[in-house]
Design a protein around this ligand. Sequence first.
Ligand SMILES: Nc1ncnc2c1ncn2[C@@H]1O[C@H](COP(=O)(O)OP(=O)(O)OP(=O)(O)O)[C@@H](O)[C@H]1O
Ligand SMILES: N[C@@H](CCO)C(=O)O
Length: 291
Amino acid sequence: MLTVTAPATSANLGSGFDVFGVAFDRPLDVVRVERAPETTIEVSGVGSQYIPTDPAKNTAGVVAQELGTPARIVIDKGVRPSSGLGSSAASAAAAAVALSELYDTDHTREDLVWVAAEGEAAVSGSAHADNVAPAIMGGFTVVREDGVESVDAKVPLVACLPETVVSTREARGVLPSTVDLSTMTETVGNAATLTIGMHRNDPELIGQGMAESTVTPARAALIDGYERAVEAATAAGATGVTVSGAGPALLAVTHQGDQRAVAGAMVDAFESIDIDARTFSTMIGSGATVH
Ligand SMILES: Nc1ncnc2c1ncn2[C@@H]1O[C@H](COP(=O)(O)OP(=O)(O)OP(=O)(O)O)[C@@H](O)[C@H]1O
Ligand SMILES: N[C@@H](CCO)C(=O)O
């Protein structure tokens, strides 16, 4: 079978709601495909009991339908679902690259971003591409309605995943529908600062540019221990901390050498209120890889 891996990703980075994303080095989903008369899905791995095998409800199955490439699809989940680490996107991204390769379609990686986004739409109710873009293209990505830009940034990150579940659908439901002009100005300034930081591989600018005051507080309220974990990570040297995607994971940016201290501080903060948490220390990584 043809094997493709796609990484966990973190969307939004605070100021880039539905626009910014970064690829991690790990964890990864492993997707194997072979041609078949009709699409079937098998799922194992982390949280697989919560993942539908009906192709119409699984992001990888929706991708097969969109591409017109029926296949036996075998998914080994490394990215926990409903985590804020792009679990549904990792499967969609790996499936898109695998099926395009299997059927030798002439899609570019950018084309496949929009195909994989249809998989996301099927499970979250909106076709945002900010997780599938880095999962396919790697690096730091910027998604607009008519294109995707990517920068091969190298910056240390720590993701902290508390043992709670927040679905993207639920986390989109708590968002305000409008922002005022001064908030918009502040957000644009922060997003631009973050983008310059990615070009310079500068954790200070990226951390400052992650600040955001509309989406982040609304989602933070769904995550017990959020403020405590942010304070602890900042005291341990994080240059910025925000909600990863729709949560409940948190994303911290650090200087080289500070990841271990920041990871430990966040785990301790959650454990102090009896919530288990695990961390992933990673650099911004590559996109989907054919093996
Ligand atoms: N292949 C798949 N992998 C993971 N989840 C899937 C898959 N196909 C369908 N789903 C469904 O998608 C939902 C998880 O997606 P959701 O967007 O809530 O989480 P996430 O992808 O981890 O988070 P985020 O997008 O915030 O980073 C679950 O209801 C799950 O059953
Ligand atoms: N941009 C999306 C990412 C989660 O899938 C959101 O924040 O809802």
